[in-house]
Design a protein around this ligand. Structure first.
Ligand code: SF4
Length: 255
């Protein structure tokens, strides 16, 4: 599954930037190695050697993990024992990739979108098919219509099904599949929902920024991200592509 449900997703943006960053570190280490060999250098040769070797070791390790992640994505499989290491490395290097993209004038949202696509593929490749009761569906509060008077963050079933927003459709889908669903206003409520349900996997709908930070915060708990639609701008009467959501549930839930 290639974040197929969001065909615009471009995994290459994140992976390409990550590769560029790691190659840069490798070249930097090689440069330092040459510099450290100069006996007239003002900095201690030994100190330079230690720094260089440390950078080289990490750069090579990260390049290996990146290679395995790309192989995993291309072959739709995961490698025993490497799932955790791959996730940890990608999430650890994520801030570096975002900063590098910023320097290259690549929109942060596009990098985040790409990161979510990479994450989704890795989550699915880990064959984490879960029973519905082990999965939590997390939705953003902005899916609720702006003029709605009913408080659905405490209990989504407070929705009166007036038809102004998609909440009833999503409630029906969650009910049909038998999974817990929470509507949250931000990270704090999302964390409380996770504490409350203790899921084995999360399917989260949100914007690129919230999904990226949620994926990073929740690691190693797998989070499958579905990017929302924002026809009226951010955080206002947002929507979710129901067929994408349906297919995501089908791919994550046990038959
Ligand atoms: S469908 Fe439910 S949540 Fe949406 S506006 Fe109507 S009552 Fe509010």
């Amino acid at each position: 599954m290639d974040n197929e449900f969001q065909p615009e997703a471009k995994k290459r943006t994140f992976l390409g930037l990550l590769l560029a960053v790691l190659l840069l570190f490798t070249f930097l280490a090689a440069y330092l190695l040459l510099f450290a060999r100069d006996p007239l250098a003002p900095i201690s040769r030994n100190v330079m050697l230690v720094i260089t070797v440390a950078i080289l070791v990490f750069a090579v390790l990260f390049l290996f993990v990146l290679f395995m992640a790309i192989l995993s994505i291309m072959q739709n499989r995961t490698f025993p024992g490497l799932g955790w290491l791959t996730g940890k490395t990608l999430y650890f290097l994520y801030p570096l990739v975002v900063h590098s993209g910023r320097m290259l004038h690549i929109a942060q949202e596009s990098i985040q979108h790409s990161f979510i696509a990479v994450n989704n593929r890795l989550v699915v490749n880990r064959s984490l098919r879960s029973a519905a009761k082990e999965v939590l569906l997390l939705l953003p509060h902005c899916l609720q219509h702006d003029l709605c008077d009913y408080k659905i963050t405490r209990d989504p079933h407070n929705c009166r099904r007036c038809g102004k927003c998609q909440v009833p459709e999503i409630l029906d889908l969650a009910g049909e599949k038998g999974l817990a669903m929470e509507i949250v206003t931000g990270g704090t409520l999302a964390r409380q929902a996770v504490e409350k349900h203790r899921p084995r996997a999360i399917i989260a709908v949100a914007c690129e920024r919230d999904l990226s930070s949620g994926i990073l915060d929740s690691f190693p708990l797998p989070v499958y991200g579905v990017v929302n639609e924002r026809p009226e701008g951010p955080c206002f009467n947002t929507r979710v592509n129901m067929s994408v959501l349906q297919e995501t549930l089908d791919s994550i839930l046990k038959k």
